[in-house]
Design a protein around this ligand. Sequence first.
Ligand SMILES: [Fe+2]
Ligand SMILES: [Fe+2]
Length: 453
Amino acid sequence: MEGAEPSSSIRLSSVISALSYALDLTEGQPMGHSVQAGMSADEQADLYYALLLKDAGCSSNASRLFHILNADEIRAKGDLKTKDWTRIGWESLHYALTHVATGMPFLQRMQRLFQVAQTQQQDSCTLVKIRCERGGHIATQLGFSDSVSSGIYSLDEHWNGGGYPNGLRHDEIPLFSRIANLSQTLDVFLDTYGPEAAIEVARKRSGRWFDPDLVKAAASLANSGSLWNGLDDENLVQTVASLEPKHRQMTATEDSIDRICAAFAEVIDAKSPFTYRHSNGVADAAVEIGQWFGMNARGLKMLRRAALLHDIGKLSVPNSVLEKPAKLTADEWTVVKSHPYYTLEILKKIPGFERLSQDAAAHHEKLDGSGYWRGWGAEQLSRFARILAVADIFDALHAKRPYRDGLPLEKVFQILRDEAPRALDLPCVEALIASKTNSEPLAFAQPEIAVAT
Ligand SMILES: [Fe+2]
Ligand SMILES: [Fe+2]
């Protein structure tokens, strides 16, 4: 069976560690944070995977956090990790003042701040719960053991019982979660304030947030200089992949890569109600077009993967921009237009995805050069890229979203035809329409036919 074949000896960990860059984007951390956390891990295979996947649920609470804070949630998340939000005082107040409803007039801001303070406890719990459940679920879906998913599920529990979502204490918290929680905090402080500050914070929170024995272990590793080794290594992804415990090394099969793509499509779509099921919708439409062109099984498989991951760069766009009810400012529009660039940066790190990453990152390019982010034209756009561009617009217009109905098919077809062949590839548009209506495709033989634009 093709699906069980190893995919030219690509290690599963290389695929996951490359994709973990995307999770850093949604957490507001510099790229590499999830990977860095792996450096202080012991040789346990489950811990290794729990660390790689620990932020897999993060995109799902971005939308909710945005509505609570009413400001740029990526900036807020990045800063949150350096703040001790369990202590009420100046730090929390300062955090709230600089992050809550920052675009609103002062009075409205104070009102919003008051509401946030009242519901903070409850909201923190809900947010963490969404994230934990989603992260644990993705690990299970990827075929990892219960230890990995429960390690991710309990990542935000604190040693003294003051964490979320279940207020577990001491040894009730899985060891993996205790290590991951400590290492992500060390990593964030290392990045922002340097190694001494990182250990200092760990010591201060020892017994409250962290397992005191683990803090002691980290402090002694830091003293001997071995805790931070290799963190500024250019080839961090490869280095982390090489740390994978030998007895548990997993070679990526075609099936496991497909499962990872499907799981990350869920991560992408969970970011906002605006992207609800979009990645899967685009994948279905793209494959329909590919089938009309008689593409072989391998081509269709790669096309589906490219479609599932085409918007992975959207994890870098704050929900305050994605869900803004008003017109975007020029700066916000620039941020939106950068998402295919991040798609490329993330996907090109996956072994075997070199070509696919270029196609996926070209899904907003147009044949006449009017698209973004590179303004590529017909000569640069591959068949895959052209299919993705059509499938993307089709799903955006036709799919039903929680907040609105989709446009009727005839209207969508009209819009697509209006854009072809100037901006969209005419054969791709006609193939999709023919497939959706079970009819013979029109205009295949006349790609130069003038169509109103
Ligand atoms: Fe996009
Ligand atoms: Fe899209």
